[in-house]
Ligand binder design. Structure first.
Ligand code: DC
Length: 298
């Protein structure tokens, strides 16, 4: 089992290789036979190394679990950049840093001993020798993390660390990675081979997050989730632009897709982008801004 890696400039930890298949979602093109479909999806993609996939999206869009699954199936490393901001927020809270004091937060990030694991089967987060993987998901961190993420010096340092991890993964054993967050397609890795913005309707995102946190999506769970999800997106969108796709970034709406269908849609997007080059996006109703494939009638 791979261990942690220093985020700066630590090497990416290898992923577990390719496994699994699934059924594409409605509108996702591909051969009728599932085995042929998997082969058609993965062969060109597996041959393409290095391969960096950038995936952004708002809270509850499913980007973390989808990114992990895509990384696992393609044998790539996985980088959860949100976990890095969460770890910094956790560390500030532990140290009693005043979160309204941007200079104090900036001073804290200058000596922040973060280590990120990039195995999609078990992506770990350590601050020094402490495994903070569970604690960074606590509500106190989720509610405060935007205050840390808005600090300019924090964003600059995170960008540097994230690029170092992506670069190590590109040149390391996995020869690539799936990196997910809010500004990966636009700021951190605008040169990624495939860039996707994963969106979902507000209703779908609230229901997913409510099931994740409360185990149900009944009315009271949704209302308990609403402020956290929508409030955090509003705060985050003041510093990052993840609600609309930038030029050249494919927008995938997962509102009507289940988890497996979303993973398959991303795999199709990766395969199409690699086979047809930039500007030849996937077809399918869930891709809002996909240009026509090369050679298709105008
Ligand atoms: O994806 P997440 O909920 O774990 O992200 C936690 C916070 O980190 C989120 O509120 C916004 C911030 N973030 C960011 O500003 N830039 C990123 N690339 C990833 C996350």
């Amino acid at each position: 089992m791979p261990g942690p890696t220093d985020a700066a400039p630590g090497a990416a930890v290898p992923g577990p290789g390719v496994s699994g298949s699934g059924v594409p979602g409605p509108g996702v093109p591909g051969p009728a036979d599932p085995a042929a479909r998997q082969e058609a999806l993965s062969a060109p993609v597996l041959a393409r190394r290095p391969l960096v996939i950038a995936l952004d999206g708002p809270s509850g869009s499913g980007k973390s679990s989808v990114s992990r699954a895509v990384a696992t199936r393609l044998g790539l490393a996985y980088l959860d950049t949100g976990a890095m901001y969460r770890a910094l927020c956790w560390s500030c809270l532990e140290a009693g840093v005043d979160l309204s004091d941007e200079e104090a937060i900036a001073a804290h990030v200058r000596s922040f001993p973060l280590r990120m694991g990039t195995d999609p089967a078990a992506p770990g987060v350590w601050v020094g020798s402490r495994d903070v993987g569970a604690e960074i998901r606590e509500t106190r961190v989720s509610s405060a993390v935007s205050r840390v993420a808005r600090v300019g010096e924090v964003r600059a340092e995170m960008r540097r660390l994230q690029r170092a991890v992506i670069d190590d993964a590109r040149h390391g054993e996995t020869r690539g990675c799936v990196a997910e967050g809010r500004d990966i397609t636009t700021v951190v890795a605008p040169d990624a081979d495939v860039r996707i913005l994963l969106t979902a309707s507000e209703e779908a995102r609230l229901a997913r997050r409510a099931r994740e946190v409360h185990g149900t999506d009944d009315a009271s769970a949704i209302s308990a989730t609403r402020d956290q999800v929508l409030g955090r997106d509003a705060a985050d969108s003041a510093v990052t632009s993840f609600l609309t796709a930038a030029d050249g970034v494919l927008e995938l709406d997962s509102s009507a897709l289940d988890f497996e269908q979303t993973v398959q849609a991303v795999l199709v997007a990766v395969e199409r982008t690699i086979c047809h080059g930039t500007g030849a996006g996937p077809a399918g109703p869930e891709f809002h801004n996909a240009p026509a494939p090369v050679g298709s009638p105008a």
